[in-house]
Design a protein. Sequence first.
Length: 382
Amino acid sequence: MTARRAKPSLTNDDRKYLEQVRDSRTEEIRRVERAKVLLAYDEGLPIVRIAETAGVSLPTVHRCIKKALAIGPRAALDDIQRTGRPTQITPEARAWVVGLACQKPTDFGYSYEVWTERLLASHIHREALSQGHPSLVKLSPGTVSKILAAQDLQPHKVRYYCERRDPDFEPKMVQVLHVYQQVEWDFAHPESADPLVARVSYDEKPGIQAVGPTTPDRPPTPGEHPTWNRDYEYVRHGTVSLLAGLDLATGEVIGLVRDRHRSHEFIEFLRALDAKYPKEARIQVILDNHSAHTSKETRAYLATVPNRFEFVFTPFHGSWLNLVETFFAKMTHQVLRHIQVASKEELVRRLEQYLREVNEQPVRFRWTHFTPLQVTSDQKAI
């Protein structure tokens, strides 16, 4: 009497899952082959026929069926985790490698600023025995990479950040944000806004280059090239500085284009603000800590117009708090990115023309993130 061969217990869900794997076009080929074997075996086909149908060898069929009987049909589609060769690198040796990666190559006499995997492996080869880690003598750069990746380390890269060097960063930031919040309050409650307070966000954009072409630009041509074509060579005609103030209530831009941005030019800009707003108004100016803003000449001018200007300084390395920077980014995108001129004078004219065009339809730049400074609808901002 012939003994019946054992069958994996396939439920309807198991059979449906195996059929999906068998018919998939994205599954790994080994999983597809094993699914074919198990489905054919469940149908009662002979082992030889199963091997032909699945395109595998007889031992492969036997191993697949044996594994399905032991751990189940779904788990049998994947490889069983093997023990592999026992690790030879001790935890202490791995910790030493990580410690090396957290130091600079210059600390060990190299000219390199940061490690490469090959340089680190080479250093480990030379120093492993003297440091008591013989398991690292033949360490490969690939294994170095794996050890560092396990600790989420990338010592070959440098990521820049801005050190906070202003101990009064938070109070200064709050003062700037209070100005923006007061602007929002006045805009939402015009009946309670003080008409004799003007609020301006000010900064300089120095070093705007006046560059000119060596050959005329070639216009877009249908069927040939869709963009303007420009020769890589250019001629420098000098640089200019833009001194700009953004009226936070109206979006109007008050600007001066000058060769430099010293105290003399800054005072000229303050005079322009003084002439623009009513004499009895107080002008709040948000600005950074440039030396021209606090120079002896600037202080002398401010003494001639007492109570006219109120300076609100951004923190050191906090110019991103200044809304006029958003206008500068817009201007760079719209005008400066591809500008070419025949002279520095033409650049000045083009910038002044852009300011006039912007002021024809001014756009209010708003600061809307006030989470630390929220006020209720019936509480006026300070």
